[in-house]
Design a protein around this ligand. Sequence first.
Ligand SMILES: Cc1cc2nc3c(=O)[nH]c(=O)nc-3n(C[C@H](O)[C@H](O)[C@H](O)COP(=O)(O)O)c2cc1C
Length: 190
Amino acid sequence: MAKIAIVYFSGYGHTAKQAECVQAGALSVPGTTVEMLRIDQEGNLSEGAFEQITAADAVIYGSPTYMGGPAWQFKKFADASSKPWFTQAWKNKLAAGFTTSASTNGDKANTINYFFTFSQQHSQIWIGLGLMPMNAKANSHEDTNWTAGFAGALGISPSDANPDEIRKGDAESARQLGIRVAEFAPRISS
Ligand SMILES: Cc1cc2nc3c(=O)[nH]c(=O)nc-3n(C[C@H](O)[C@H](O)[C@H](O)COP(=O)(O)O)c2cc1C
């Protein structure tokens, strides 16, 4: 049984769509429960969300990449987590992350690297995507990890695409991240 919290911000719905894919993957692993904790436009979580994170076995962080890093709303959440940090309340929980942005590169790695650093401030255990890159001529955005990131699930959401146009490969990569976390979390928490 794994309890997973997905903590994410989304300005225009693309990261929210990715979060739903992570959630679907996690829920496909029997016995898993998922709390979807969306940071609002003011950078706040609903009441009780911090307690839900503290009760979880694993926390998956998500944010769009804005100006080469996580959105400020995510950073506001991160700064607000200094209280559980002080008591290391999230220590030894599994952590993972996902991000999407309009450009192929778009400096998404900075956002994932921020999540990693943030998780280490909380003494969490980082888990990456675990999928080989699909980088041959025959590959396309239909394939998992076609963006070839190992540290987290990445997505490319073209500037004129709506969230429902999420690429099949990005949706499946996010789903696989959810599965991986859900499968590993019970091993860590037992
Ligand atoms: C303020 C702002 C900054 C952005 N900065 C980047 C960036 O650095 N790299 C990039 O590839 N896309 C950038 N974008 C595009 C977004 O990452 C992209 O539209 C993404 O799908 C938004 O996700 P959301 O719908 O969850 O907010 C930026 C968009 C905004 C609004």
